[in-house]
Design a protein around this ligand. Structure first.
Ligand code: GSH
Length: 224
């Protein structure tokens, strides 16, 4: 396990993997890339992930896995306990259902809304489909807000999205809400169940431990 290496950055998708690992007690060597100076578009990183994004998990033989959910699923299979996706087919289906819901309807529009802001567009260039004649970021962020409002009505059954079980879906949503708070998409506390859920997750020790990426400087040398 320790022969794997995680390519990380100060950003929400890699944080999902950091928090997932922390909850599982996995301590992976980490290489921290700087998105601001374009580390992910260097030839070395494009060879790991042709989309030029993080997180990337590099295996001992040099093969690489990108995409946050794929990495977490892989780690769960290697290290099933504690289960953060699920120990049975039904548990896994439930966690995947909620991960898909929060990822598609809340996390993605939050992230895209941020990237579409006029000030952020130059930095993301090709990531934003076309140069639009108006700033659509407000409407895109509103898609996330409306789904958070929807979620507020769904959170009755248990402390977490999958009831009693804390899962990848909670980690995904938490990392993006926290990122939103830091980048101007504040959590509307009138969504009282979502706010209570957020505060509950916020108290988990893995939150403070993963707030910033931790570079393993021995692993960094010569790898970027
Ligand atoms: N679908 C990918 C998205 C990864 C992603 O967007 N990562 C961002 C950081 S949160 C990134 O690498 N940004 C650099 C860029 O896109 O230029 C996943 O699930 O991992």
């Amino acid at each position: 396990m320790l022969r794997m290496k995680l390519y990380d950055a100060m950003a929400p998708h890699p944080r999902v993997v950091r928090m997932f690992c922390d909850e599982k007690g996995l301590d992976l060597p980490t290489v921290v890339l700087s998105l601001g100076i374009g580390d992910t578009f260097g030839a070395a990183h494009l060879a790991r992930n042709p989309l030029g994004q993080v997180p990337v998990l590099e295996l001992a033989d040099g093969r690489c896995i990108a995409e946050t959910v794929a990495i977490c699923e892989y780690l769960e299979e290697l290290e099933p306990s504690p289960a953060l996706i699920g120990g049975t087919p039904l548990e896994r289906a439930e966690a995947r259902m909620w991960t898909e819901r929060v990822q598609l309807n809340i996390c993605a529009p939050m992230f895209l809304g941020y990237r579409m802001q006029a000030a952020a567009v130059p930095r993301y260039g090709a990531r934003v489909p076309v140069a639009l004649p108006f700033d659509p970021s407000g409407q895109v962020k509103d898609v996330a807000a409306r789904h958070l409002e929807w979620l507020d009505h769904q959170l009755d059954a248990g402390p977490y999205l999958c009831g009693e079980r804390f899962t990848l879906a909670d980690i995904f949503l938490y990392c993006f809400l926290d990122y939103g708070i830091q980048t101007g998409q504040l959590l509307d506390r009138s969504w009282s169940r979502v706010a209570a859920w957020y505060d509950r997750v916020d108290r988990r020790p893995s939150v403070a431990r993963t707030a910033a990426p931790q570079a393993d400087f021995a692993a960094i040398s010569g790898t970027i």
